[in-house]
Design a binder for this molecule. Sequence first.
Ligand SMILES: [Zn+2]
Ligand SMILES: [Zn+2]
Length: 146
Amino acid sequence: MARTADLHQTAEQRLRRLNQRLTSGRVVLLEVLAASDRPVTIPEILESRTGLAQSSVYRNLVVLEEAGVVDRVVTRDEFARYELAEDLTGHHHHLVCSQCGVVQDLPAHPALETALRTAVGDARRRKGFRAEEHRLDLIGVCSDCA
Ligand SMILES: [Zn+2]
Ligand SMILES: [Zn+2]
């Protein structure tokens, strides 16, 4: 996890490219996301801090996503989830529970990353596709729902 001071500085720089500022409302969002070990929904963000307004949380998340500070994680349920951009936190995959919908982070496993590099090479040879990154979701049943 990035140190708070670094996170604020990086967020400020990325927002500045869009002529946006790191407002106090955006700082709160960065803190909530940095404190979470998994992507969170807007209702979860609103529950985690008192005094947040849903409309401004939503607007701020849109701006932070545009600035490349926050990633939106979309699964099959109705709620978008948000996390800090991967380059700020470290490469990981997601575990998506098809029953309760919760999404957990799973740190990248070296053996899997090696296998995926082989698959990326194969995609390039067979399709001429140059992969720059990958996302991997494992869909299944979480330990609470099992
Ligand atoms: Zn579950
Ligand atoms: Zn990976």
